[in-house]
Design a protein around this ligand. Structure first.
Ligand SMILES: [Zn+2]
Ligand SMILES: [Zn+2]
Length: 268
């Protein structure tokens, strides 16, 4: 079985002492590809270094909405486009809107989001979207920008409304599910997932956050995406192997800069 962790943060300090073991455990669990996601352009060099060090690990370039006040202005479309030319950079983000924490002003988040969208449109690399308590503005910006020309992308750590799912699927984005789907209380999300098309789903850990059951509350790591895959398979009423095959296939369709591994489980 071949699994992908489409979104993790391997540069975070919590992994500094045992990253080799973390990546080795992921491989042992069948996780052949991981994307370590950039949150600060000021730390891009460290993120890239990890992608360079480990085979099967790639990275993104972008500024998290939490950092939009301080670092948003550094994420110009030109700078992102330049970074995207690096062979190890396979996506633009993470970007988006977070009105739950609102660590940065909303207008700064929105401006940074639009810069990332422009870079995704021009490079053809997928936009990695973070959205929390901001469905209406996320949809409005995505839809508005889409009128200026299409761009590929994914709503990462999807945990919100059916309406957001429908709207984003309409403009061709994918939806990535995290360990939240394994939480007992996530009944609404589980109901939404049942209705989502299997050919538009990805899975991720968002490690070190949001460890799935049975590791809930502990540090998350890419190997644990297995549990999220099993939970999504149960919701979709398919075998785990089928879910692994579909989500890996979707991943390589979206993250098309990564050569598709030549393994039986990922045949189109
Ligand atoms: Zn996020
Ligand atoms: Zn993230």
């Amino acid at each position: 079985m071949f699994l992908v962790d489409s979104h993790c943060h391997l540069d975070f300090p919590t992994f500094a002492d045992d990253l080799d073991d973390v990546v080795a455990r992921a491989r042992d669990a069948g996780v052949g590809t991981m994307v370590t996601i950039c949150t600060h352009l000021s730390r891009f060099a460290q993120v890239r270094e990890i992608a360079d060090r480990f085979e099967g690990v790639r990275c993104s370039a972008g500024v998290h909405p939490h950092e939009a006040d301080h670092e948003g202005p550094t994420a110009t479309p030109e700078r992102l486009i330049t970074l995207a030319a690096d062979p190890l950079v396979v996506g633009i983000g993470e970007t988006g809107l977070d009105y739950y924490y609102e660590h940065s002003a909303r207008d700064a988040q929105q401006a940074s989001f639009r810069s990332h969208i422009q870079a995704a449109r021009e490079t053809g690399l997928p936009l990695i979207v973070h959205t929390r308590d901001a469905d209406a503005d996320t949809i409005a910006i995505l839809t508005d920008e889409y009128r200026n020309g299409p761009f590929p992308g994914v709503i990462h750590c999807f945990s919100t409304s059916r309406y957001l799912a429908e709207k984003t699927l309409e403009i061709g984005l994918y939806i990535s599910l995290s360990g939240i789907v394994t939480f007992k209380a996530a009944v609404d999300l589980q109901e939404t997932v049942r209705a989502l098309p299997l050919d538009r789903l990805l899975i991720e850990t968002d490690a070190p956050y949001l460890a799935p059951v049975p590791h809930r509350g502990k540090r998350n790591e890419p190997a644990f995406v297995v549990h999220t895959g099993a939970a999504v398979a149960a919701l979709k009423q398919v075998e785990v192997a089928e879910l692994a095959r579909a989500t890996s296939d979707n991943f390589f369709n979206l993250f098309s800069k990564i050569p598709r591994p030549d393994i039986a489980g990922v045949a189109v």
